[in-house]
Design a protein around this ligand. Structure first.
Ligand code: ISL
Ligand code: CA
Length: 535
């Protein structure tokens, strides 16, 4: 029945959602206490960023036990209660599956340090080159080398992310069997599926030197290779036993690679997170920023909408800066927040709302490095310092790109701690929580929160919005317009991505306007979004 095609999915970053026991860290009982908020928003499933046991070098993306809950977040009983309480409200739970790497604290890794152990080949171990240099010239995702020497085993291990995130070796069939067991463990508990972290880099073909690149040297040896497809087909057999779904996080994926990963006949993933639309304000990687040009963004969306049968739609997650300052306008905070919501909820595909997006949260207001937690930002700061990049420039770059922009605690109300905690929060709360918070927006029917709720309902009740074809009408320097079409039914969406007004030729009866216009004469106010029934 493909429930996920009719669903709106909400991403929770547990550390920053709701603290329930006054330690400044979000937790599972906190999530349970906020399920009514999610039900009101009309979401059908939650994707939980990792809640497994972890030393938190990368906030849970470094797992040390896949069958335990991080005690900071609660207990397994809390987790089971969350699944049950969510289910009672018609909300499914999707777990984050991080299987490219484990924490070096995982017992597999600890045992693997002994060459005679049955775990010896669970990771990629290599000697350095004869000249004493690292095993190969690859560079990692967090801007550093990706080999670390282990004095016990006297070899290097591969880590494409942080030093304590060791890559698993999928040439060893035992590793895949372990993963299948982990899937069964969680599926038996009633989870609906998995968001699969960096899933298209699992399989490394060789560990030879790669072609020199500005970033990610070596990536041709692991990006979207046939070996990964085979692994996915094997995992699918387990998933099918439970009717579970998967959404793959797939880095640097092209539309045709994404098609292969999601083609129903190939039995791999259900859908993927592609990155291209999130990369149109950068050159190759996020450290080389360029100005956001709406046209580039529209063209990219059109390309993906028309080349894949089914996309995920997302504008934010825990790795990306907030969308309003990035694709919208802080001067027109409310209007552009609603416009981005309109885009998210009217394209063809499964929309993902990231926590805080529904109230228009914006980037952090920190002013120094010390206030940050993100391991990526810290590594990059080190690298930039090594290259003698001046402090001001370093800060400018990090401020714009840091993942902590999206990780500040959820702003529930105007009180101290923003309703997130009574204690000192693990990461600073934005000072704007007095203005931007849920409780204020609940009282104001003209708020971003009400707009999300309203459009969510519109989508739920409208088959053409959920399942209709996407037909592009206009992708200009400022205006994006398209239609959704199903049988004889049509809806036109017109979006003005600018602080300036615009005029268009599209007409129709107004179904929604974020400027609350009753009639549409073709003139768009700044950041106006309209949904029209064409006549
Ligand atoms: O966030 C990025 C750049 O800032 C991406 O390159 C990111 O590292 C990539 O999308 C993989 O992300 C996922 O795996 C990482 C983890 O740190 C991220 O939080 C996660 O979403 C390693 O597990
Ligand atoms: Ca807590």
């Amino acid at each position: 029945m493909e429930w996920w095609k009719d669903a709106i999915i909400y991403q929770i970053y547990p550390r920053s959602f709701q603290d329930s026991n006054g330690d400044g860290i979000g937790d599972i009982p906190g999530i349970i206490s906020r399920l009514d908020h999610l039900q009101q928003l009309g979401v059908n499933a939650l994707w939980l960023s990792p809640v497994y046991k972890s030393p938190n070098a990368d906030n849970g993306y470094d797992i040390s036990d896949y069958r335990e809950i991080n005690p900071e977040y609660g207990t397994m009983a809390d987790m089971e209660r969350l699944i049950a309480e969510a289910k009672r409200r018609g909300i499914r739970v999707i777990m984050d599956l991080v299987i490219n790497h484990t924490s070096t604290e995982h017992y597999w890794f600890q045992k693997s340090r002994d060459k005679t152990s049955p775990y010896a080949d669970y990771y990629y171990w290599q000697h350095g080159k004869a000249d004493g240099s690292l095993p190969n010239n690859w560079t990692g995702f967090f801007g550093e080398d990706c080999w670390e020497f282990d004095p016990q085993r006297c070899e290097y291990y591969l880590h494409l992310f942080a030093r304590t995130q060791a890559d698993l070796n999928y040439h060893n069939p035992a590793v895949l069997e372990e993963v299948k067991d982990i899937l069964r463990f969680w599926l038996r508990k009633g989870v609906a599926g998995f968001r699969c972290d960096v899933i298209n880099i699992l399989y490394k073909d060789t560990l030879e030197d790669g072609k020199k690149r500005l970033a990610l040297t070596g990536s041709e040896h692991y990006l979207s290779l046939e070996g990964t497809h085979e692994i996915l087909r094997q995992l699918r057999e387990v998933l099918d036993e439970y009717n579970a779904i998967t959404v793959g996080e797939t880095v640097f994926v092209t539309p045709s690679q994404a098609q292969d990963l999601c083609a129903p006949a190939r039995r791999e993933l259900n859908m993927v997170f592609s990155f291209e639309h999130m990369e149109c304000d950068q050159y190759f990687i996020k450290w080389f920023k360029r100005k956001f040009r709406p046209k580039v963004f529209f063209d990219c969306l059109v390309k993906w909408q028309t080349s894949l049968d089914w996309n995920t739609i997302y504008l934010e997650n825990h790795d990306q800066p907030r969308s309003i300052p990035r694709f919208g306008s802080e001067a027109y905070w409310k209007e552009s927040g609603k416009l981005l919501a309109t885009l998210l909820l009217t394209l063809r595909g499964t929309p993902f709302i990231y926590q805080g997006q529904e109230i228009g949260m914006v980037n952090f207001d920190f002013d120094r490095m010390r206030q940050l937690n993100d391991v990526e930002s810290k590594n990059v700061e080190k690298v930039l310092r090594r290259f003698h990049v001046p402090q001001r420039l370093r800060w400018k770059l990090i401020r714009r790109t840091s993942r902590d922009n999206a990780r500040t605690p959820f702003q529930w109300d105007e009180g101290p701690g923003a309703g997130f905690t009574d204690a000192r929060p693990w990461l600073g709360i934005n000072r704007n929580s007095e203005q931007i918070n849920l409780s204020r927006q609940e009282k104001d029917k003209d708020s971003i929160w009400w707009w999300y709720k309203d459009l969510g309902r519109l989508r739920r009740d409208s088959e053409v919005l959920r399942r209709g074809q996407f037909v592009p009408l206009e992708a200009g320097t400022q205006v994006f317009a398209y239609q959704r079409v199903l049988g004889g039914e049509k809806l036109t969406v017109v979006l003005n991505f600018s602080d300036q007004p615009a005029s268009v030729s599209h007409r129709g009866q107004v179904l929604r306007s974020n400027w609350n216009k009753a009639h549409f004469d073709g003139r768009l106010s700044p950041w106006e979004a309209v949904i029209l029934i064409p006549q």
